[in-house]
Design a protein around this ligand. Structure first.
Ligand code: MG
Length: 373
């Protein structure tokens, strides 16, 4: 039998350049920082996870720097000497030492699954219960640039990548100008692609009720997280007022959040991210709660590299309730693929890789070159 005792936990920070600057409502980035975490077992298996937030601590308070500190100082001592497959007990014990910090814990939890699966010689999705599908559709994320630029990028992606759905970030401008910009994009793409918007929690209830119906009228098919994370009743009122679904993202991090959102009718779609929820197992639970409540799930991203993207891909392919596609475009936004065998995007879909574990082996020379000094 393979000895699954954890004998080493290592982290490093990478800065991966992007093919173009990526803008959010109030911030932007030209390179994505990634905390790469590896867990080694006495039997010789190595598992990898990524600690990633979208560009910095604005989304949820964690950054790659806080993650590295939390892992090295507090989480690694709990892991050393324990078995890599003792995941539920390890998560409980990690939670006894560190509250919250779900992005950091996700890197650990994914690395445990990768190491365990590699020791068994099986893919990670086997540990999650097998496959519901072998690929997921990928929405391409457009930035907060003017309508003309955004439409040009969307049309190029329709031709080149087979993407048939686009997500626009909003919240960088005043609502009237922002809505006019999105309406222009939605009307230009109306017959060729779906358009979704993400407010990243920047509006209040009155602004949402005033402006979101115009987006629905212009053909926008989904509105993501218009109001702050804690305002679940606002989400409920917005969902009741709109004829298109409202997707919960910042409001949804734990299975308890999923239960509250589903039972109050606050969200029509769940954005599930392994990063914000502490890993694969809690994300699978959230998807199951959605399925039981009639709320379809979408595989979201924090703009991970190939390891983190593959982790969510295994979950998305294993979870029957993940029926609203994905935004797993992270590696496409990066100038370097990091992996020996890049993840396969074709026909607007991301396809499950072969091989044990996550099916992603990183190129040590590229990792070394991008490591922060
Ligand atoms: Mg979002």
């Amino acid at each position: 039998m393979h000895d699954l005792t954890i004998d080493r936990v290592q982290t490093r920070l990478l800065d991966v350049p992007l093919v173009r600057p990526h803008r959010f409502a109030r911030t932007g980035m030209t390179a994505q920082p990634i905390m790469l975490l590896t867990i080694s077992t006495s039997g010789g298996a190595t598992g990898t996870g990524e600690g990633v937030v979208p560009g910095g601590p604005w989304w949820g308070g964690e950054s790659v720097e806080t993650m590295q500190l939390v892992v090295e100082r507090y989480l690694a001592p709990v892991l050393l000497g324990r078995r890599a497959d003792d995941i539920e007990n390890l998560q409980r014990d990690l939670g006894d030492v560190v509250a919250g910090n779900l992005f950091a814990k996700a890197a650990v939890e994914v690395a445990l699954h990768d190491a365990w699966a590699r020791a068994l010689g099986v893919p990670v999705h086997t540990l999650l219960g097998g496959l519901a599908r072998t690929s997921v559709p990928v929405t391409w994320a457009l930035g907060t640039e003017p309508a003309g630029e955004v439409v040009d990028e969307a049309l190029a992606k329709l031709d080149g990548g087979g993407h048939t759905s686009f997500k626009l970030k909003m919240g960088a401008q005043e609502p009237a100008a922002d809505v006019a910009r999105v309406v222009e994009v939605a009307e230009k793409l109306r017959d060729s692609a779906g358009v979704r918007v993400d407010l990243n929690a920047r509006w209040d209830l009155a602004t949402s009720l005033r402006w979101l119906p115009a987006l629905a009228d212009a053909g926008v098919e989904l509105v993501e997280q218009p109001v702050p994370a804690a305002e679940v009743d606002w989400l409920r009122q917005i969902s009741a007022a709109l004829r298109i679904p409202v997707m919960a993202d910042e409001s949804l991090r734990t299975p308890s959040d999923a239960f509250r959102l589903a039972s109050s009718g606050a969200a029509g779609v769940f954005s599930v991210k392994t990063t914000k929820s502490g890993g694969l197992r809690r994300s699978a639970e959230i998807t199951a709660i959605g399925a039981a409540a009639g709320v379809p799930c979408h595989a979201g991203t924090s703009i991970e590299g190939p390891v983190g993207t593959a982790a969510t891909l295994h979950l998305a392919c294993a979870a029957p309730g993940m029926t609203w596609g994905s935004e797993l475009f992270g590696p496409l936004l990066m100038t370097e693929q990091l992996a020996v065998e890049p993840l396969r995007y074709a026909d607007g879909h991301l396809h499950l890789p072969d091989g044990p574990g996550l099916g992603v082996d990183l190129d040590p020379a590229i990792v070394e070159r991008l490591t922060r000094r």
